[in-house]
Design a protein around this ligand. Structure first.
Ligand SMILES: [Zn+2]
Length: 146
């Protein structure tokens, strides 16, 4: 049974991503992995993590607990990039959990990007995107039984 993927914006009105929306890229990531295993995409095309990303992965990456889907020789780690006003255009890559938490709790809203990286073969793929900081729902949660 064929499933027709609706890729790209279809229709006339392009809706901007809603604030507060969390986007998972697991399916897209799995599709890439399948394409590589099927020989439709070259390993060199997906294992081309930027040296800075690799360095971040080695130094501050948090273990994902999963083996690399490409080389299957090393465990992948997760690196988080934070985008927002006052941060570098290429995103801020917090060096410590403390810094990451501080960025997430900023008064100004930020966008966080979790990236899966294999330090061994340089495989990398976006895992999820989620907003933080600012007046997020969690920050405004009413105190129960106040
Ligand atoms: Zn790998």
């Amino acid at each position: 049974m064929a499933v027709t993927p609706r890729s790209g914006p279809s229709g006339s009105s392009s809706t901007p991503p809603a604030a507060g929306a969390r986007v998972e890229y697991r399916l897209a990531r799995n599709a890439v992995v399948r394409a590589v295993r099927g020989g439709r995409v070259g390993v060199v095309d997906v294992c081309d993590a930027h040296p800075e990303l690799l360095r971040a992965a080695r130094n501050i990456g948090t273990p994902s607990g999963e083996d690399c889907p490409i080389c299957e020789e090393a465990a992948t780690v997760q690196v988080t990039y934070v985008f927002g006003s006052g941060l570098p255009p290429g995103g801020r890559c917090p060096a410590t959990k403390t810094e990451l938490n501080r960025l997430r709790r900023r008064e100004e809203p930020v966008l966080c990007y979790d990236v899966e990286v294999c330090p061994a073969c340089a495989w990398h793929h976006l895992t999820r995107k989620y907003p933080a900081g600012g007046a997020t729902a969690s920050a405004r949660r009413l105190r129960p039984g106040g």
